[in-house]
Design a protein around this ligand. Structure first.
Ligand SMILES: [Zn+2]
Ligand SMILES: [Zn+2]
Length: 358
């Protein structure tokens, strides 16, 4: 940050999270200066993700981040101002954009290899840098994707819930007739199923949920569904045999070992849950003797985000059920509490600033 350009103009609200506390505060420091290549964005809508709840519960922060955190990494907004060097290819003032939540350093070997989203020195929106649960956010123009014809509340969830699911689908790279199980078919997991169906309509897709009601929702959406439990492997074996790929987004401690038992020889477990504890896969011989592949899935790349924006704006993916709840930014504390209670029917909560109503 250049440190110049602080005008003292009031620039509105932001959410601050510390362990056990969520508050909506008013900016006192004045307008944040734009660095070279940055854009200033008026937030229209920002989703609340499981990571934000973890922040509230007091998760261990990555290096260079500290409480109180200004959360929000699932952002759709309108460009208010573009800094120097944003270039002809960058978004223009007035464009509606979604933000890729990682700003890579651009200089390390990971970045040079084209994997900027995995950059160890990357700055994460809403963790290292002030996030989008706010009236305004400043972010590199190069980490934005212009959206057209998608409602802001829906566009917001493309940035994380949908793009992360798409990343899993891309890595899974399933055969047209694959048999796939998604453990934890909630926010991200349901999008994995939706995207796989859009891209590989002949695959057999089974979603595993925590409750009967969620299983009914999946079933109504045209997917095979089962409810998690100790005898899950037995039930799925009886109904579907073995699986080419199992995608784990449930975060349940027992799920990875169940996934291993569900896989056919040579099958792949994709692990996308954010879990602090150890990964328990069961007997080593079950992996070794069947040459199973276990692979992590983390966030998404900028090109993944571009792809999901394209899929959504051309109507190839149906996001009608992606946002179940919306609330005002002013009600952030209530929204966090409600999310934490995991009420039935909750898929994604998105907060709006009212800027889109003007
Ligand atoms: Zn997230
Ligand atoms: Zn880097």
């Amino acid at each position: 940050m250049s440190g110049t350009g602080v005008t003292g103009r009031a620039v509105g609200r932001f959410v601050a999270v510390s362990p056990g506390s969520v508050t909506v505060e008013h900016e006192r420091a004045g307008i944040r200066p734009l660095g070279p290549g940055d854009v200033r964005v008026a937030v229209l809508a920002c989703g609340i993700c499981g990571t934000d709840l973890h922040l509230w519960h007091g998760m261990r922060l990555p290096p260079d981040a500290a409480y109180p955190v200004r959360p929000g990494h699932e952002v759709c907004g309108r460009v208010l101002e573009a800094g120097s060097g944003t270039g002809l290819s960058g978004p223009r003032v007035g464009d509606v954009v979604v933000l890729h939540p990682v700003a890579p350093c651009g200089a390390c070997a990971t970045c040079a290899g084209g994997r900027g989203e995995l950059c160890a020195r990357g700055r994460i929106l809403g963790i290292h840098e002030p996030g989008g649960l706010a009236d305004e956010v400043v972010w590199p123009a190069s980490r934005t994707v212009t959206v057209d014809g998608i409602a802001p509340t829906t566009a917001a969830v493309l940035a994380d819930a949908v793009a992360t699911a798409y990343r899993a689908v891309r890595i899974a790279d399933i055969a047209p007739d694959a048999v796939v199980c998604v453990l934890g078919a909630g926010g991200v997991g349901t999008h994995v199923l939706e995207l796989m169906r859009a891209l590989t309509p002949d695959a057999t897709l089974v979603g595993v949920t925590g409750t009967e009601r969620s299983a009914e929702r999946l079933h109504a959406g045209g997917f095979d569904a089962a409810v998690a439990g100790d005898d899950l492997v037995k039930r799925l074996r009886a109904s579907h045999g073995s699986f080419d790929t199992v995608v784990e987004f449930s975060g349940a401690p027992a799920a990875p070992a169940q996934a291993v038992r569900l896989l056919r020889p040579g099958g792949t477990l994709l692990f996308g849950s954010v879990v602090d504890g150890p990964l328990t896969l069961g007997p080593a011989v079950a992996l070794q003797s069947r040459e199973l592949v276990v692979r992590g899935v983390y966030s998404s790349s900028l090109s993944d985000l571009r792809d999901v924006v394209h899929l959504a704006s051309t109507g190839r993916i149906d996001l009608a059920g992606s946002v179940s709840h919306t609330a005002s930014l002013d009600d952030a504390a209530d929204a966090f509490r409600m999310l934490d209670e995991r009420p039935a029917g909750l898929v994604r909560m998105v907060l709006t600033t009212g800027a889109g109503d003007a």
